[in-house]
Design a protein around this ligand. Structure first.
Ligand code: EPZ
Length: 423
């Protein structure tokens, strides 16, 4: 079985690290290419991640041509002759984010059959907001045998209020609305940078989307969309992961091309702890001396709040800071599994429903630990950097969903880390 082995305890990360295009941007961008009736769409700065290969298969499964040039980090999609409106279980079951093809297929074909995505280890991951919004736009939704069938000869613009600013629901409904008749207003919409990245592509394709990045989106439906060229926005979560890694190892790291604005909630917490974070021409530099850092309280919230996707990594930082920190996870109902594994490394923590109290500054020892989800994998590896002795992390398929060459990049910053047992 593949495993990552870290010899920790003395690590001080130093140097420069580059970040990839965002996983959580490229997946909806690939779904958007389904909407282009004329011409090709080219996505640049595409990260080489297992989730990207899965989404490519989902789009190909619709009869659409998808070419992934990995050397150039470019994907070219030609949806001119898009024929099939069914996204089969074999693909959707591999990645619940595939659900965002539902809106584009329905808008393009008037009918869509998409397998219900399963939950995942961090939560049940319902899609009620996606379906309610499509019904508001006139779709007839039925569920049978694990599939969702959505039908609408022509979607109609609607006023939609999202009970929760769901990222996926905002994306699905924004894409569906681009080809609807009339105006759609989505209130309490998600405001993540990946939403803005998607809206920019849609407008390049001929759509009329306004207000991306705010809580109110207005989309004026158009007749048809065409191909375009577009850059995937930098991965703010990968950038944040390396910023936390530098902070917890008393390091000095330049995270190249990181965007300050996209990481403000994380940066404000790092500064509150006493970490030195500065913006340079080439990116964001993070320096720290762990023994001078102070414990903090953090609550995850939809953007522009502290990102839930940085929660696990940040608890690893809290584990080395002397004193009691607290983490409240408000977005997902089961996203503290990494703490159970970190307990095996000597972490003292109490978990009370959505709140984890972290008694940091104790001595952490290396151990064999198991990843449970994508961000937990990164958190366990970071903890291995500072734990005394050897840490072995398994179930790396979770890590490979969202990080490209993660251990190589850490080794390049001075970590003693290797990956072995490959297939
Ligand atoms: C996206 O998931 C990201 N995934 C997640 O990143 C991220 O954690 C999440 O947004 C929040 O930022 C991708 O972009 C591929 P949501 P998504 O819909 O769209 C509830 C990672 O580690 N909800 O905003 O599924 C839901 O239960 C991954 O990179 C409903 O109740 O997130 C959850 O509690 C993990 N009904 C909350 O909203 C719905 O119809 C957030 O879900 C939809 C969601």
């Amino acid at each position: 079985m593949e495993q990552i082995i870290i010899d920790g305890g003395q690590t001080r990360l130093q140097g420069e690290v580059t970040i990839e295009g965002a996983k959580n941007a490229v997946l909806p961008l690939l779904a958007a290419t389904i909407l282009a009736k004329d011409g090709q769409t080219t996505l640049r700065h595409v990260p080489i991640l297992s989730d990207v290969f899965v989404m490519n298969d989902v789009v190909r499964g619709l009869g659409i041509t998808v070419d992934f040039n990995q050397e150039q980090n470019e994907i070219t999609v030609d949806a001119t002759n898009f024929i099939d409106h069914t996204a089969p279980y074999e693909y959707v079951s591999r990645m619940r984010a595939s659900i965002v093809v539902l809106g584009p297929i329905l808008a393009r074909c008037g009918e869509a059959v998409v397998s219900m995505p399963g939950g995942c280890s961090i939560g049940s991951r319902p899609i009620d907001l996606h379906l309610k919004g499509l019904e508001a736009m006139g779709a007839e939704i039925t569920q049978f045998g694990g599939d969702i069938t959505a039908k609408a000869a022509k979607l109609k613009g609607a006023n939609i209020y999202l009970d929760f600013p769901s990222v996926g629901a905002t994306q699905n409904l924004m894409m569906a609305a681009t080809l609807a008749e009339g105006k759609t207003v989505i209130e309490n919409a998600a405001r993540e940078p990946e939403i803005v990245n998607l809206a920019v592509l849609l407008n390049k394709m001929g759509a009329d989307v306004r207000g991306a990045g705010t809580e109110t989106l207005t989309i004026i439906g158009v007749k048809r969309l065409h191909g375009a060229e577009h850059d995937v926005v930098q991965d703010r979560i990968e950038a944040g992961t390396f910023m936390v890694a530098a902070a917890m190892t008393s390091g000095d790291v330049l995270v190249k091309d990181a965007i300050w604005e996209h990481n403000r909630p994380l940066i404000s917490k790092l500064l509150e702890m006493g970490v030195e974070v500065t913006e340079e021409a080439g990116g964001i530099r993070v320096r720290s001396t762990v023994q001078n850092l102070k414990p903090v309280s953090v609550k995850t919230l939809p953007h522009p709040g502290f990102p839930t996707d940085m929660q696990a990594q940040f608890t690893a930082l809290m584990a080395v800071v002397k004193g009691e920190s607290s983490m409240i996870e408000t977005v997902f109902e089961n996203r503290f599994q990494h703490l159970e594994e970190m307990r095996r490394m000597g972490l003292h923590t109490e978990i009370l429903r959505d709140t984890a109290l972290i008694h940091g500054g104790g001595n952490l020892q290396g151990a064999k630990v198991m990843s449970t989800d994508l961000r937990a994998s990164a958190a366990l590896i970071l903890t291995g950097l500072v734990a005394q002795g050897q840490t072995t992390v398994t179930k790396l398929e979770h890590l490979d969903r969202g990080y490209y060459q993660f251990h190589e990049k850490l080794a390049g910053l001075g970590a003693s880390i290797r990956r072995e047992g490959g297939a």
